[in-house]
Design a protein around this ligand. Structure first.
Ligand code: URA
Length: 217
């Protein structure tokens, strides 16, 4: 199975129909599954994978790059720059020149869901792409999962029971030689309500940086 759905992926009827509506309303938008954002160094340079939930309607679904044009992207890309996982200025456009370093960004569900809420069947359908996405990175050592849905789908993609690797903000769990770092999702809702502060989010990436630097010797 390919790591990327076809541009007109028909597997989830509801999401396929939602995208069809938005193709009519906004023909200039991406309006298709959003592919994984890869680093300039290519697949073998990836040591960290970030797994988000799903494209935002006016964000990644419009621009075609994960977390780009979404409020959530401001915090994510600023943090990646600070910890050396990207360089360049994030300007919320796919042509802003921002490049990832040893990191890739994907979503548990590749198509925009109505109300930002994928249903269980869509999350499991889309795991057929998450699993080979993870498997293609031969040098992967860390995954940051953003929110419970991304976390559980990632654990299942490894064929593990979620009860053995429960989600908690700041939690860490090893599966084989990959360490999973879980974080509350960097959504506007979570940051506005104070569930996730900038410091809490940066703390997770500080842990990842330390871990990757330590194992690199
Ligand atoms: N944009 C994405 O690409 N993923 C998310 O989880 C949220 C916003």
């Amino acid at each position: 199975m390919s790591a990327e759905p076809s541009p007109d992926c028909p597997i989830c009827q509801r999401l396929h129909g939602f995208i069809a509506e938005w193709r009519l309303r906004e023909p200039g938008w991406h309006n298709a599954p959003v592919p994984t954002f890869l680093p300039a160094g290519g697949i073998d340079s990836v040591r960290l994978l970030i797994v988000g939930l799903a494209p935002g309607l006016r964000g990644a679904n419009r621009t075609g790059r994960p977390f780009t044009g979404d409020y959530a992207g401001d915090l994510l890309y600023n943090t990646l720059n600070e910890f050396g996982f990207s360089r360049g200025t994030f300007a919320a456009r796919p042509d802003d020149g921002l490049v990832l370093i040893n990191a890739a960004i994907t979503n548990a569900v590749r198509c925009v869901p109505p109300e930002n809420k994928p249903v269980g069947g869509e999350i499991s359908n889309c795991r057929r792409f998450l699993t080979p996405t993870i498997a293609q990175f031969a040098n992967l050592r860390a995954i940051v999962t953003l929110g419970t849905i991304a976390h559980q789908s990632t654990v299942r993609a490894f064929g593990q029971p979620v009860a053995r690797h429960p989600f908690s903000h700041g939690g860490q769990s090893d599966i084989g030689n990959v360490r999973i770092f879980s974080s509350y999702h960097c959504s506007r809702y979570n940051t506005n309500t104070g569930r996730l502060t900038t410091e809490m989010f940066k703390g997770v990436f500080a842990d990842v940086r330390r871990y990757l630097d330590d194992i690199a010797g």
